[in-house]
Design a protein around this ligand. Structure first.
Ligand code: GLA
Length: 392
């Protein structure tokens, strides 16, 4: 293991099968990378509206091992899915299966950026629940961009890798995602949350106190509507911006819209578009307030803002589902829970819950009846803020 710079006890458990598989198939890897998933404390569906978000990478993610080949072919092996794909780097196109597209999309973007990527072999696996809304897709994209940057010395900085990974998801996966997940995966710092301004991509790191714990409650509801619903919300926000631009030509995104401006033109709005826009403007204000609350260690205030965010996401933005609503409501009523809300794109996936240290057991037990109500076996993940994508 010496070449990894890690002693056997430092080795992340998830790496063991990935390394074993790589060695069996290809030999020694040249680069091994860990790329984390993320949570988002508050600021949902604000990123693609150039607003604010407060995510953190977590101590779960994807690990990948790569090695260069002498030809122009790629070999991809998704260990957990037990899928393998081989192809020609000169003929990249979206694949009918979903999993390769996160990777092929990154290769395509690297080529478009004029970077010379040679042939390579890759094995990846991880401990991120897939489809739970913890951004396994961004972890995968960013992991590959990072690994190839190391392997072929491409000279890319983290910001460029984040942008390129987001573009990969737009073009090869077809989800018009914002940039939160990629930025969180690549830029996060251990024990901090990241206050990201999605307008200019500046970030500020706020210490995350050890007296609060993060728990995710997984509805296990497949996010069936997520893609179409997500892209539709995005166009509804754009429709709102287009309307307001007629009155205020300087408006580029909902970030530039105040509640006063929106209210002044409310009568011209389709009621659904109005509600979507109002939610986004209010959520941005909540992120700013939540960040201040975290900095002044007013955790009850932080939790209340999370609960308000849940209300907005459920009633005004309508990206929740009955199971998410029920788990969030049940959690918010438990002692020791500061705040609870759905997390990520919505339509399924997880709720995020902030729990006071010392109340962890009570929380897990207290959630059992709510899981019974939605007809699911409890699935609760605890996680902690972690650093961004790294070479092992
Ligand atoms: C998904 C997207 C992000 C963001 C969230 C909602 O995770 O990938 O860009 O829009 O949904 O906040």
């Amino acid at each position: 293991m010496q070449h990894l710079g890690l002693g056997p006890t430092d080795l992340p458990q998830v790496l063991v099968p990935v390394l074993a598989s790589f060695r069996q198939e290809f030999g020694e890897p040249a680069v091994v990378v860990r790329s984390p998933g993320r949570v988002n404390l508050i600021g949902e569906h604000t990123d693609y509206n150039h607003g604010f978000v407060l995510p953190a990478a977590v101590d779960r993610g994807i690990v990948m091992a790569v090695r260069a080949r002498s030809d122009r072919r790629y070999v991809l092996h998704a260990l957990d899915l037990d899928r393998r794909l081989e192809g020609d780097l000169m003929q990249l196109a979206p694949h009918p299966e979903r999993w390769p597209n996160y990777l092929l999309g990154v290769l395509d973007q690297l080529q478009k950026a004029g970077k010379s990527v040679g042939g390579f072999e890759l094995v990846y696996g991880g401990d991120l629940p897939i489809g739970a809304g913890m951004s396994s897709s961004a972890a995968l994209e960013c992991g590959l961009a990072f690994a190839l940057n190391e392997l072929f010395d491409l000279g890319l900085d983290r910001l460029t890798m984040a942008k390129l990974s987001q573009a990969a998801e737009h073009s090869f996966v077809g989800v018009k995602c914002g940039i939160m997940d990629q930025m969180a995966s690549l830029m996060s710092q251990k024990d901090h949350v990241m206050m990201l301004d999605c307008q200019d991509l500046s970030c500020r790191f706020v210490p995350f106190r050890s007296q609060v714990k993060i728990f995710l409650c997984d509805t296990q509801v497949e996010r069936a509507l997520a893609e179409s619903g997500y892209n539709q919300r995005r166009s509804q926000c754009e429709a709102g911006v287009a309307l307001l631009r007629k009155h205020a030509p300087d408006v580029q995104s909902l970030r530039d819209v105040s509640l006063e401006l929106l209210e002044a033109h409310r009568a011209e709005f389709d009621p659904i578009i109005y509600r979507r826009c109002r939610y986004v403007i209010e959520e941005n204000l909540r992120v700013i307030a939540a960040c201040a609350a975290l900095e002044s260690e007013d955790l009850p205030a932080f939790g209340r803002l999370m609960n308000q965010s849940q209300q907005g996401l459920s009633k005004a933005y309508q990206v929740s589902c009955p199971e998410l609503d029920l788990l969030a409501e049940a959690a918010a009523a438990l002692p020791g829970v500061l705040g609870a809300r759905m997390m990520g794109a919505g339509f399924g996936g997880c709720t995020i819950n902030l729990v006071q240290a010392g109340q962890e057991e009570a929380f897990v037990q207290g959630m059992a009846p709510a899981f019974a109500k939605i007809g699911k076996t409890p699935k609760i993940h605890s996680c902690a803020p972690h650093g961004g994508t790294e070479r092992l």
